[in-house]
Design a protein around this ligand. Structure first.
Ligand code: NAP
Ligand code: GDD
Length: 324
């Protein structure tokens, strides 16, 4: 039975990847950082099937010890300070965890067992102020936030360790992917959660920032499959994972409010607090390499994704559950 280590297992992608790898018969080990309140809600349903071990991307020793003790065949580095807006408030922390943290994992692999296969969670945020449409593996980067800059570092150090030490180190350049497990601060889940609350008469307003931004939004459950496929290839490489479609925040609003027969214009207010110092206006990926080499393609459309998320939030609130 192969063993996989997932950093960031308590996050959206980590939880979907853990589900996926358990289904493939893996022994799943998840690294969790110490928090004052337990935040295992996304992996609660599989907690008796996985092993959670303490560690932190800021702490090299913990990474080395985990690799020595659990001897993973594959390491998926999904941990990061992943919220773009926060990266302006905490640029140094973001650089340390999201950027340098990648080097700490790679160097732990180099020291403990260079045969371990490594996946780095790179991001379409690296394209930022895009110089080409659609964006592909060869598109130059122009990051627009401390988060994007940190991800560019993580991407290149992955390639550097591949070339310097012959590690099976792969970088997945994933475009935005969402789900009912998405954090509440990201725009999609913020919208669907507020739509559900508005529909149930609990609130009557939603404050947002830039409604014109366009993203290539897919379903997280599809995207973790691409991560696994990348590590099953004989040679490490870089892959764009995207739907190839782009939609604005306004289109997301129309779809989400439309699902519950409401008009978003009656509820949405624009609030400068949610505007960014530098914006990424347009992202749309070209996933043809992933299709050709991995046989990967998305299975959930934009409209299905929005409905899935609104429905999940409505069900959650109707069942009296607390949003997390
Ligand atoms: P997420 O829900 O924010 O999860 C981030 C995870 O990282 C959480 O488990 C978090 O732990 C953990 N973490 C944060 N700082 C850490 C540290 N210092 N040490 C150890 N763990 C730490 O993010 P996601 O949406 O699942 O994304 C997964 C990865 O893919 C991230 O690297 C993200 O930047 C990247 N990415 C995401 C997307 C997307 O659209 N979702 C697209 C491209 C790339 P806590 O639960 O304790 O906070
Ligand atoms: N979060 C948020 N909140 N975003 C808003 C809001 C709001 O109230 N109003 C408008 N937006 C706009 C943002 O300005 C941005 O252009 C867009 O909605 C998407 O914002 P987020 O959902 O926060 O995601 P992101 O695109 O910045 O970053 C996500 O995707 C990246 C991949 O491109 C994160 O998951 C990153 O970790 C990931 O790398």
């Amino acid at each position: 039975m192969p063993t996989a280590l997932i950093t960031g297992i308590t996050g959206q992608d980590g939880s979907y990847l853990a589900d996926f790898l358990l289904g493939k018969g893996y022994n799943v080990v998840g690294m969790v950082r110490r928090t004052s309140t337990v935040n295992f809600h996304r992996v609660q349903h599989i907690q008796d099937k996985i092993t959670l071990v303490p560690g932190d991307l800021g702490d090299q020793i913990s990474l080395i010890h985990i690799l020595e003790e659990y001897k993973p065949d594959e390491v998926y580095n999904l941990a990061a300070q992943s919220f773009v807006q926060t990266s302006w408030n905490q640029p140094v922390f973001t650089g340390d965890v999201t950027g340098l943290g990648v080097t700490r994992v790679l160097d732990a692999i180099r020291i403990v067992d260079p045969k371990i296969r490594f996946y780095q969670a790179s991001s379409s945020e690296m394209f930022g102020k895009v110089v080409e449409v659609p964006q592909r593996e060869t598109t130059p980067f122009y990051p627009r936030s401390p988060y994007g800059v940190a991800k560019v570092y993580g991407h290149w150090i992955t390639i550097n360790y591949r070339e310097s030490y012959d590690l099976h180190a792969t970088s997945g350049i994933l475009f935005n992917h969402e789900s009912p497990r998405r954090g509440l601060e990201f725009v999609t889940r913020k919208i669907t959660y507020h739509v559900a609350q508005i529909k149930l008469g609990l609130i009557n307003e939603l404050s947002l920032g830039n409604l014109d931004a366009r993203r290539d939004w897919g379903f997280a459950g599809d995207y973790v499959q691409a991560m696994w496929l990348m590590l099953q290839q004989e040679k490490p490489d870089d892959y764009v994972v995207a739907t190839g479609e782009t939609h604005s925040v306004e289109e997301f609003l129309t779809e989400a409010f439309g699902y519950v027969n409401l008009d978003w214009r009656d509820y949405v207010k624009q609030d400068p607090r949610f505007m960014r110092p530098a914006e990424v206006d347009l992202l749309v990926g070209d996933p043809s390499k992933a299709g050709r080499k991995l046989g990967w393609e998305p299975s959930v459309t934009f409209s299905e994704l929005v409905k899935m998320m609104v429905k999940a939030d409505l069900d959650m609130l109707r069942n009296g559950q607390v949003a997390m």
